[in-house]
Design a protein around this ligand. Structure first.
Ligand SMILES: [Fe+2]
Length: 291
């Protein structure tokens, strides 16, 4: 089962013991969540006004571009947008420092992607089944194919009422893939080119992206699986930080508001144990190259 492995870091830029670095990287690549109960993302007094579900208006998430220069989804005047950009951008820098410091072998290959702030309460929110992240799933990006690159995400719970962020964690990826692999439809010949030409995707989808999208959908649509799948419940306390490969670890966020999230992409070749990548697991099961 997926485990949550706690590491004793207390600062974003700690001098990290080589043993802790090795332990963290190995645990992450084995499909576990790394938790940092002693690490805090500080929100100053003025920024506490931003920790409000209405700050995003109709958008579920507020997001910042990887360069930190374009903020989307914030409601209100320019001063508020600037304040939000500063807070989200500061988190992006903290997460970047942490990941490069802790996972030093990845540092040269890691690509910083978007940062998001998720102000709304998850429990009870209305959404389509496909967008319902309270259902167990693995992440992928329908419009931005990764072509096998890993999706590494760093989260911080900054809930101002001190409430935890609750997740469910599911079965290991290999088990999940074996369960669904034969039921996933093959891509239509030429469909990746057509989707890209129509601007539905930002680059052509590889067969890997196609199967990961269908795996995501099959899991979420399968209500019997959602109930009966091997799973555990985990609460990430307010003020704490965690990171996980969300393309591999089956997860569902069931309760909580006000979380920050930073996404990184990592080429498979940068992993210590390449064979654990979802790309390699699916390629073994399907006996062919997928990206
Ligand atoms: Fe997710």
């Amino acid at each position: 089962m997926t485990e949550v492995v706690s590491l004793p870091l207390t600062a974003w830029k700690d001098t990290i013991d080589a043993g802790v670095q090795a332990q963290g990287l190995a645990a992450l690549e084995r499909g576990n969540v790394l938790a940092f109960p002693g690490l805090r993302f500080e929100v100053d007094e003025q920024e506490r006004d931003l920790l409000n579900p209405r700050v995003g208006g109709k958008s579920k998430n507020i997001s910042l571009s990887p360069q930190g220069d374009a903020l989307k989804g914030v409601e209100g005047d320019e001063a508020r947008a600037r304040q939000m950009q500063a807070m989200v951008g500061r988190f992006a820098d903290c997460a970047d420092t942490l990941v490069r410091n802790l996972l030093a072998p990845y540092a040269g290959a890691l690509q910083r992607a978007r940062t998001s702030f998720r102000p709304e309460e998850i429990a009870g929110r209305q959404s389509s089944w496909r967008k319902d992240d309270t259902r167990l799933h693995v992440d992928n990006f329908p419009s931005s194919p990764t072509r096998g690159k890993r999706i590494l995400r760093v989260f911080a719970n900054i809930n101002p009422q001190g409430e935890p962020r609750c997740w469910r964690l599911g079965e290991p990826f290999e088990q999940l893939a074996e369960r669904y692999a034969t039921a996933l439809p093959k891509p239509f010949w030429g469909s990746a080119t057509v989707l890209n030409a129509l601007g539905i995707t930002k680059a052509p989808r590889s067969a890997y992206d196609h199967y990961m999208l269908h795996l995501h959908d099959r899991m979420k649509a399968d209500l019997a699986y959602q109930q009966s799948a091997p799973q555990s419940v985990w609460q990430f306390a307010a003020g704490t930080v965690w990171m996980v490969f969300t393309d591999e670890v089956s997860h569902a966020a069931t309760r909580g508001k006000c979380a920050l999230e930073q996404t990184f992409l990592l080429p498979v070749e940068a992993m210590q144990d390449i064979e654990r990548a979802p790309l390699r697991v699916l390629e073994r099961l399907m006996a062919r190259k997928l990206a």
